[in-house]
Design a protein around this ligand. Structure first.
Ligand SMILES: Cc1cc2nc3c(=O)[nH]c(=O)nc-3n(C[C@H](O)[C@H](O)[C@H](O)COP(=O)(O)O)c2cc1C
Length: 302
């Protein structure tokens, strides 16, 4: 089947990627399947220095989803380049490092550090993490701030820049347009939505951070709606993410206009989830006699 899709100048073998923070650095999954089969792997958010993240408990199950307040725990960009990237290159994976910083200067430093490496397909700029006190949402809900980060990262790297948008922006399309104008080659939508859960025995919050980001099937209709709206507002490709657990979920995003999709929380329940989605899309395209790219934006609205 012809499953190829184009994300700006980048050609992906298929439209199924894994979402940042739900697939480690990729190599944790190499015993489950050949990770080079994925359209791409968005790594856990990388910061300039290692971060321990928030105190536990930092993940809770909810009805049709999960709340997380990891707080961007990660090994830092240097350890990623030294200890993870060589293996990812060896395995032939399509790698998209996800970047987090609390200042524009740190975003630039991160992008410049990665620019010295080979084997990177694109970088995904996270301006939408709801679980950190600095950066994150502060950039993602403000079109001017989001555009500032985007322009700075674009200038600091030769790799295509994707920007990961927040559903918490007042008008996500305003942020999308600002990032497009600032040079983004693609947009990923959406990150998690803040939620709050309380233990009815202790009357205390279930997460040590109190609030956390809601993900999983519960947010899928919101994500599909936002992807659809963004696709009408911009000309660059949009990558759909939010609650995808089956091929049908992924196809829905593509019909709404997404050029590719990311599988997130579903990886926690089933490490093979992204492969199931990929195989399902392939079977669907075969049954319909279509290429994957023929699905993009084909929702029938009359
Ligand atoms: C435990 C966890 C950690 C995450 N970490 C990141 C991250 O580091 N950077 C980022 O851009 N998004 C992060 N996300 C957001 C996901 O990439 C994705 O946008 C979101 O979970 C919605 O997709 P899903 O419903 O398929 O999980 C994280 C999500 C979860 C559940």
């Amino acid at each position: 089947m012809d499953l190829q899709v184009k994300i700006g100048e980048l050609s992906l073998s298929n439209p199924v990627l894994t979402a940042s923070g739900t697939f480690g650095y990729g190599i944790e999954f190499e015993s489950f399947f050949d990770i080079s089969r994925l359209g791409g792997i968005c790594t856990k958010g990388l910061s300039l220095l290692p971060r321990v993240g928030n105190p536990p408990p930092r993940i809770r199950e909810t009805a049709s989803g999960m709340l997380n307040a990891i707080g961007l725990a990660n090994i830092g960009v240097e350890a990623f380049c030294k200890d993870k990237l060589p293996r990812l290159r060896e395995l032939g994976a399509t790698v998209i490092p996800n970047l987090y910083a609390s200042s524009v200067e740190d975003f630039i430093a991160l992008a410049e550090r990665l620019d010295r490496e080979e084997g990177i397909a694109a970088v995904e700029v996270n301006v939408s993490c709801p679980n950190v006190t600095k950066g994150g949402l502060a950039f993602g809900v403000d079109p001017v701030a989001a555009a500032g980060v985007t322009a700075a990262v674009c200038k600091a790297t030769r790799f295509p820049v994707w920007v990961k948008l927040s559903p918490e922006a007042g008008r996500i399309t305003d942020v999308a347009c600002a990032c497009e104008e600032a040079g983004a080659q693609a947009l990923s939508a959406i990150n998690t939505i803040r939620g709050f859960a309380i233990d009815t025995e202790t009357w205390r919050p279930l997460l040590a951070n109190r609030t956390g980001g809601l993900s999983g099937p519960a947010i899928k209709p919101i994500a599909v709606r936002m992807v659809w709206e963004i696709c009408q507002a911009v000309r660059i490709p949009v990558i759909g993410v939010g609650g995808i657990a089956s091929a049908e979920d992924a196809i829905e995003f593509m019909l709404a206009g997404a050029s590719a999709v990311q599988v997130g929380s579903a990886n926690f329940r089933d490490p093979m989830a992204s492969m199931t989605v990929l195989e399902g899309i392939s079977a669907y395209c075969e049954r319909k006699g279509l290429a994957a790219k023929d699905l993009i934006g084909k929702v029938v609205l009359d």
